[in-house]
Ligand binder design. Structure first.
Ligand code: PSU
Ligand code: MN
Length: 305
């Protein structure tokens, strides 16, 4: 049985020439933002990676084939279609065997980036431990992937809808390095601070590159999470966003939303409740993460040569 990786020309050339490449996910396009904003952001994220010295590789499954690097018309499919399957680790084989279109979450993008030989990946905010673990143990498959795939993920912390303390505890148990970028605090997605400490800190892309260089040279498996706070001008302070998060959680409970539907539901409700402010913050932080991921990928390439 075959499942070839279909590289775009730009990405294939970059990998052959050992140029820095940054993986990007497709769930954020298909299930994280409304059309047409999602397409606009996807294109802007790609151009941000390019202008910071790396090649973007948006990853998705099209008709059961794994694509590493999408054309703008392929991006359009993921931005527009409502029948795209949200794929995490467990779902990937179904998207391939049933020849579906699949958008990849953080966990699935890490798996496919690793297969493709890409070590750096930018997203918005990773999944984690949902609030109310004692009644419903909903823990994103993103967390364990950091322990399984050698990929560095740049993210604005974990999504604020989550239990951030529990998320950090699980990452600690799995031995995942959580690196605050120019901060000692774990960012809370829409907000720069959460009141929680990050265990490690780096101040430059070069420091992150040599950290992961050391980790992999030691034969320590898995990736790392770079926690990059949202730019101050776009931040929504925690006490302003929290009441809306509470409201969105109540709506989710009333509508009996669970499993893979929960995160997209909460993001959509927050966008409605904040009159689009959460969406604007989300865009800004993804672009900020794309810039940093490109600079880290470039620093890592320079380290190797
Ligand atoms: N970051 C965003 N928006 C998103 C996501 C990340 O700014 O929609 C997606 C990622 O694909 C992440 C997923 O893996 O949300 C988490 O979903 P779950 O909680 O079901 O694991
Ligand atoms: Mn879940």
């Amino acid at each position: 049985m075959k499942f070839p990786l279909k590289y775009s020309n730009e990405v294939a050339l970059a990998i052959q020439s050992s140029l820095p490449v940054v993986a990007l996910e497709s769930t954020i396009i298909s299930h994280g933002m409304p059309y047409p904003k999602n397409l606009e952001v996807a294109l802007l994220v790609e151009s941000t990676v390019r202008s910071n010295g790396a090649v973007p590789a948006t990853i998705a499954i099209i008709g059961g084939e794994i694509h590493i690097g999408l054309s703008s018309s392929e991006l359009e499919i993921f931005a527009q279609s409502s029948s795209v399957m949200k794929c995490s680790r467990r779902d990937l084989p179904m998207a391939i065997s049933a020849r579906l279109n699949g958008a990849t979450t953080v966990s699935a993008t890490m798996i496919l980036a690793k297969m493709a030989g890409i070590k750096f990946f930018a997203t918005g905010g990773i999944g984690g431990v949902h609030r109310g673990f004692h009644t419903m143990p909903d823990v994103s498959a993103d967390l364990q992937e950091f322990h399984l795939s050698e990929v560095v993920v740049v993210s604005a912390g974990a999504k604020a809808i989550l239990d951030l303390l529990a998320t950090l505890e699980v990452l600690e148990t799995l031995g995942v390095p959580v690196i605050g970028y120019q901060t000692d605090e774990f960012p809370a997605f829409y907000s720069r601070s959460s009141g929680l400490k990050t265990p490690l800190r780096c101040n430059t892309p070069e420091e992150v590159a040599s950290f992961v260089g050391a980790k992999w040279a030691m034969g320590l498996n898995g990736g790392a999470l770079v926690a990059n706070p949202i730019p101050a001008e776009y931040e929504i302070p925690q006490n302003s966003i929290e009441p809306y998060i509470q409201e969105a959680l109540v709506l989710a409970e009333k509508a009996a939303i669970s499993g893979k539907e929960l995160t997209p539901f909460l993001l959509k409700k927050l966008n409605e409740l904040t009159d689009g402010k959460s969406q604007i913050a989300n865009q800004a932080l993804v672009i900020n993460n794309a810039e940093l991921a490109a600079r880290i990928a470039l620093a890592y390439t320079n380290l190797l040569t």
